[in-house]
Design a binder for this molecule. Structure first.
Ligand code: SF4
Ligand code: SF4
Length: 373
């Protein structure tokens, strides 16, 4: 095999103009301090030139989320092009994408009319009055082809893989679809395969390999409960694509809610996640006691109703965000003239029931970390 390989070697000339190749123009500052100060130099392999003082704001070990979105790596050879006419709006392509680089978009007719020509749309099935488009980020796609492969459009594939340079004009359409189109209430049942893809993925553009088999599942969990998720992560693939410094693919929605994530060691993740769960449980029980004590006294009707509703459903996942927001709003009304209201208001981070997860690979889960489970 080695001899055959040697026989097969051919010379490839280096293009002459490489001799004069210069640096690309410096990219404009993003306005995100972390990105401009740390992410950009680290991605240029200039992290060792950063002074220790540059990390002063992150000395407790936390890094901001949502920074993978700034990398725009453009590593695909081919990326999918959406064929609107044959698309049946099943959302399976978005479901399987490991990098959340293809997403269904729902637009009002006005938003659709203002959209770039590279973001065509047609009436949405199951969402009356809205227009449907499938938006693709050519600079975040890794070119795995999973979306095109899974597409079940009966007449002809509604996704066709094409060279990256022919699709770069879709980058502006992607930006429009993600930044200018207003988030919509999900018109479908989010517990269906099609419906869940209208929820924002809170894991996007990770450094996972093209075609990664586990990120679509992690992404799916973030679409279901990501706005209140707390993740303990073993060391392994999930920690490498989950937080490869300097970028963080876990992100947040327009309200600033998203998964919190941390990694300890390889073998202790069950205990690590259990510790997080017990810590939050203890804190929420303390808040429950505060609520019970308040309910023993005389209270305005709206405050009493919000406290009672919260307490009765304290450990129910469904509707926890809405109950937490209702309680926060009513406490805001009274906190300036009521010490107990102000003290409870200060604990509002515990109003939402968190969704605890422990992520790890087979080595951790079957073997070394199993004792902890
Ligand atoms: S080719 Fe792969 S990474 Fe690109 S959009 Fe399709 S599934 Fe996502
Ligand atoms: S998988 Fe194909 S048919 Fe289904 S939404 Fe995506 S492009 Fe359209």
């Amino acid at each position: 095999a080695i001899d055959k390989g040697i026989d097969a070697i051919v010379a490839v000339d280096v293009p002459a103009n490489w001799a004069e190749a210069g640096d690309t123009a410096a990219e404009a500052a993003t306005g995100n301090e972390f990105v401009d100060k740390l992410l950009v130099p680290m991605n240029k392999l200039e992290g060792d030139k950063l002074p220790v003082s540059a990390f002063a704001d992150y000395a407790d070990g936390t890094f901001p989320s949502g920074t993978a979105a700034y990398e725009k790596r453009g590593i695909a050879i081919d990326v999918p092009e959406w064929q609107m006419d044959t698309c049946i709006q099943c959302n399976q392509c978005a479901f399987v994408c490991p990098h959340a680089a293809i997403r269904p978009v729902l637009m009002t007719e006005e938003e659709a009319a203002k959209a770039p020509a590279t973001l065509p749309s047609k009436p949405a099935i199951g969402a009356k009055g809205l227009m449907f488009s499938m938006s693709i980020s050519p600079l975040d796609c890794t070119g795995c082809g999973n979306c095109a492969q899974v597409c079940p459009a009966p007449k002809a594939k509604a996704l066709v893989m094409k060279p990256l340079d022919t699709q770069l004009d879709k980058a502006a359409a992607w930006e429009y679809s993600q930044k200018e189109v207003a988030p919509k209430a999900n018109p479908l049942n989010k517990k269906t395969m099609k419906g869940i893809q209208f929820e924002q993925p809170l894991l996007e553009f990770s450094g996972a390999c093209a075609g990664c088999g586990e990120t679509p599942y992690a992404k799916l969990v973030t679409q279901l409960v990501g706005d209140r998720m707390m993740i303990a992560n073993a060391t392994g693939c999930t920690s490498i694509w989950g937080a490869s410094a300097p970028s963080m693919p876990y992100t947040k929605n327009c309200k600033g809610h998203g998964p919190s994530w941390a990694n300890s060691l390889f073998e202790d993740n069950a205990e690590y996640g259990l510790g997080m769960f017990l810590g939050v449980k203890q804190s929420r029980e303390r808040v429950e006691d505060m609520v019970k004590a308040m309910l023993e006294g005389e209270l305005p009707e709206d405050l009493k109703a919000a406290l009672t509703d919260w307490l009765e459903h304290v450990n129910d996942s469904e509707g926890t965000r809405e109950r937490a927001e209702a309680l926060t709003a009513v406490l805001e009304k009274y906190k300036d003239n009521c010490d107990k209201c102000a003290a409870l208001y200060d604990e509002k981070q515990f109003f939402v029931k968190r969704s605890h997860w422990i992520f790890g690979g087979d080595g951790w889960a079957y073997d070394i970390g199993y004792g902890g489970l």
